[in-house]
Design a protein around this ligand. Structure first.
Ligand code: AGP
Length: 607
C-alpha cells in the first residue's frame, strides 16, 4: 500500500502542499518517497529511498518550482526500496511522470512488449510500465487524458495513479481500480490523493472516485469519465468534519479495525503474486527432504495452518516450528537437504532471523514469506515472496495473517500440482475457492460485525476464555486467543478440542465462555462431542458454524453464522475474522487502545 497525492493551484507553489500531504500519508508506506512538479514547461523530479523527512533534508522538496505536481510515499511490493524504484516514474522522454498505488498483475508482459519496442526501463517496479504506455499514446497524437485512458485499459490489477506531463502542463489525470483515490476541491485548487488525511488541511470538500473511473483535474474543474466507455460520469461531492488523526484511519476509530476491514483488498492483492516467484519457491519446497515452516506469534499460527494445507493438498509433511525453539529442536539435525520457509510480516523478527542464520550455516535452503520488501529476511533468503498486504500499523496482526494463509495455500497448491497430487477438477475447484476468499471475507465482515459486537459487550468482563478447534482450525483457535490476549490482557487458553480431557477441562466451570471454531468439516462429529463435554460443565458455548447448521446451533448458547462451502483447508481465512473483531470490541469495551497494547511492539527485533 503506498500513498499518492497530486495538486494543481491557480497560483503559488505546490511543493509545500505535496510535502505536507506526503507526511500525512506516511503511515501508508515509508521506505522511499518522491515528488515531481512542472514549471514553465519543464519537469522537476526529486526522489530517494528512506524516510520522507530524511529525503527532504537531503534533497529539499520545498524548493521545487511550479503550481502543479504529484508526489508518492512507497511501501515496496516490486523492487527493493531504492532511488531507482521510488516514484514518480518517468517515460523515456522525461516528459511524463506517474505515481501509483497498487499491484499491476501483468506488468512483466507489458514490460517485455515495451522493451521490444525500444523503451528503456530504470527500475524493477511494476509501476514503470505506465508512463511508457502513456508515452506511446502521446506520441501517436493522443492528448494526456486519451493516452492515459488507453494505457490503463491495458492494465490488470489494482491501481490508483496520478499523471502529469510537460505536454499538457495544466492538467493532472488520475485513475482508479480498487486502490483508493479521492479528489479534493479547494479555492482555486484541485487535489487527488490516496485518502483524505493528505489534503484535509486544505479542503473538506471531496469527491470519491469509484473503480473504473478516470478524472481530469484542471483549473477549470474536474471531469470524471468511465474507463470502460469514456462516457462522462456525474459525481456528488461530500464534506467531512473528521480530525486529521481520525482521517488517517479513514474514519475507523483504530488502525486495527481499519486493517480488519482491509482484508478483502489485501487478500485480492495476495492473489496477485508474480507466478514466477510462486513457481520458484514451490520448486525448492518440492525438492526438500524435510520442510520446516519457521515463525513466531501470529505468523507461527499461519505456519501451523499451512502444515495442514501442505499435507492435505500436496501430501508434503511440513513441520511448523516456533522460531525461538528451532535451534534447540532441529538445530543439530537440519542439513543441506532441508528447506526452511521463514514466515515473518516484518522480516526482522530476531528469533526468525537467528533460526534462518543457523539453517543457512547448515547449508539448508532458506525461503522467505514477508510483507516487507528490503527487510533482512528478503536479503538472506535464497528466494522470497512478498505478500503485498501494505503496512500494518496495529500491533496486533490481522490482515497480514489472512494474507499469509492465502499465500501459503497457493504455495501448497503449486507443490501439489508439481507432484501430480491434484486432479484437474480438484485443482480448478481449489483455485476458484482461493479466488472467492476476498468476497467470502467481505460477506463475513458485513454479516457478523453486529452479532460479534453484542457478544463482546456481553462477555467483556469475563476473566477467562477458551478457544477450541480441531484439525486446521486449531491454528484459528490459537490465533483468536492471541488476538484477545494481546489487546485485552484477559487470560485465555487455546488448544485442540480433543485435548480437553487431558487436563485443560479442569479449568472449566459454570459461565466460562468457550469459543468453538466449528465448520462442518472432517472433524465435525468429534467437535460436537467436545461441545457437549463443555456444556456438561456449565460452560457458555459460542460457536462459529455454518449458517444453516441447525444441529450445532441448537446445541450452543450463541453462534456466529459463517458462509457454507468453504473448503476445510481455507477455513481459517474467514473463520479468524469474527475472532479478530471479537478481540477488538472486547478491548474497546474494556476501555483499552487496541492499536497500542501494553508491553508489545509491532516487530520483536531483540532476543
Ligand atoms: C501478532 O498479533 C503479534 N503482533 C506478534 O505475535 C507477531 O505476529 C510476531 O511478533 C511475529 O511478527 P513477524 O510476523 O513480523 O515476524
Amino acid at each position: 500500500m503506498c500513498g499518492i497525492i497530486g495538486c494543481i493551484l491557480s497560483s503559488g507553489l505546490v511543493a509545500p502542499i505535496l510535502f505536507s500531504g506526503l507526511k500525512r500519508l506516511e503511515y501508508r508506506g515509508y521506505d522511499s518517497a518522491g515528488m515531481a512538479t512542472i514549471c514553465e514547461g519543464k519537469l522537476y523530479l526529486k526522489k530517494d529511498s528512506g524516510k520522507i523527512d530524511d529525503i527532504n533534508a537531503r534533497l529539499n522538496f520545498m524548493d521545487m518550482p511550479g503550481s502543479l505536481g504529484i508526489a508518492h510515499t512507497r511501501w515496496a511490493t516490486h523492487g527493493a526500496p531504492s532511488r531507482e524504484n521510488a516514484h514518480p516514474h518517468l517515460d523515456c522522454s522525461g516528459r511524463i511522470a506517474v505515481v501509483h498505488n497498487g499491484v499491476i498483475e501483468n506488468f512483466l508482459e507489458l514490460k517485455r512488449e515495451l522493451e521490444d519496442r525500444g523503451h528503456r526501463f530504470t527500475s524493477r517496479t511494476d509501476t514503470e510500465v505506465i508512463p511508457h504506455l502513456i508515452e506511446e499514446g502521446v506520441e501517436s497524437g493522443l492528448n494526456l487524458y486519451e493516452a492515459t485512458l488507453q494505457a490503463v485499459r491495458r492494465l490488470r490489477g489494482s491501481y490508483a495513479i496520478a499523471v502529469i506531463s510537460t505536454v499538457e502542463p495544466d492538467k493532472i489525470v488520475c485513475a482508479r481500480n480498487e486502490s483508493p483515490l479521492i479528489v479534493g476541491i479547494g479555492d482555486g485548487a484541485y487535489y487527488c490523493a490516496s485518502d483524505i488525511p493528505a489534503i484535509l488541511e486544505y479542503t473538506r470538500n471531496f469527491i470519491s472516485m469509484d473503480n473504473g473511473e478516470i478524472a481530469i483535474l484542471s483549473l477549470g474543474g474536474v471531469e470524471f469519465r468511465k474507463i470502460s466507455s469514456g462516457e462522462i460520469v456525474s459525481k456528488k461531492s461530500f464534506t467531512v468534519d473528521w480530525s486529521v488523526e481520525l482521517a488517517e484511519k479513514q474514519g475507523y476509530p483504530h488502525f486495527m479495525l481499519k486493517e480488519i476491514y482491509e482484508q478483502p483488498l489485501s487478500l485480492r492483492n495476495a492473489l496477485r503474486l508474480q507466478e514466477q516467484y510462486l513457481d520458484l519457491l514451490s520448486r525448492f519446497i518440492d525438492r526438500g527432504e524435510r520442510v520446516f515452516l519457521v515463525a513466531c506469534g501470529t505468523s507461527y499460527h499461519a505456519c501451523l495452518a499451512a502444515s495442514y494445507m501442505f499435507s492435505k493438498i500436496a501430501k508434503v509433511a511440513a513441520f511448523p516450528v516456533v522460531a525461538s525453539e528451532f535451534l534447540e529442536q532441529y538445530g543439530d539435525s537440519v542439513g543441506i537437504d532441508d528447506v526452511i520457509l521463514a514466515v515473518s510480516q516484518s522480516g526482522e523478527t530476531y528469533d526468525v532471523l537467528r533460526a534462518v542464520d543457523h539453517a543457512r550455516m547448515k547449508a539448508a535452503t532458506v525461503l522467505g514469506l514477508t510483507n516487507t520488501v528490503g527487510s533482512t529476511l528478503t536479503r538472506i533468503s535464497r528466494a522470497y515472496i512478498v505478500q503485498q498486504s501494505g503496512p500494518e500499523i496495529g500491533v496486533a496482526a490481522t490482515k497480514t495473517f489472512t494474507s499469509q494463509l492465502i499465500v501459503l495455500a497457493q504455495l501448497a497448491m503449486k507443490v501439489a500440482n508439481l507432484r501430480g497430487k491434484l486432479s484437474q477438477q480438484e485443482s480448478d475447484h481449489l483455485r476458484d475457492s482461493l479466488k472467492s476468499m476476498p468476497e467470502v471475507v467481505n460477506r463475513v465482515l458485513n454479516s457478523c460485525a453486529d452479532n460479534v459486537k453484542l457478544l463482546a459487550k456481553r462477555y467483556a468482563k469475563k476473566n477467562l476464555f477458551l478457544f477450541l478447534g480441531r484439525g486446521i482450525n486449531v491454528a484459528t483457535a490459537l490465533e483468536g486467543r492471541l488476538k484477545l490476549l494481546e489487546i485485552t490482557y484477559i487470560p485465555s487458553l487455546a488448544f485442540s478440542a480433543a485435548e480437553s480431557k487431558h487436563g485443560p477441562i479442569s479449568i472449566v466451570e459454570k459461565g466460562v465462555p468457550v469459543i468453538f471454531i466449528a465448520p462442518r468439516d472432517s472433524t465435525r462429529k468429534e467437535i460436537v462431542g467436545n461441545i457437549m463435554e463443555m456444556k456438561a460443565r456449565g460452560a457458555e458455548i459460542i460457536a462459529l458454524c455454518e449458517e444453516d447448521d441447525g444441529e450445532l446451533i441448537g446445541l450452543v448458547d450463541h453462534h456466529i453464522p459463517m458462509p457454507k462451502g468453504v473448503p476445510d483447508i481455507l477455513s481459517p481465512i474467514p473463520y479468524v475474522v469474527p475472532l479478530q473483531l471479537f478481540a477488538y470490541y472486547v478491548a474497546v469495551e474494556r476501555g483499552l487502545d487496541p492499536d497500542k497494547p501494553r508491553n508489545l511492539a509491532k516487530s520483536v527485533t531483540v532476543p
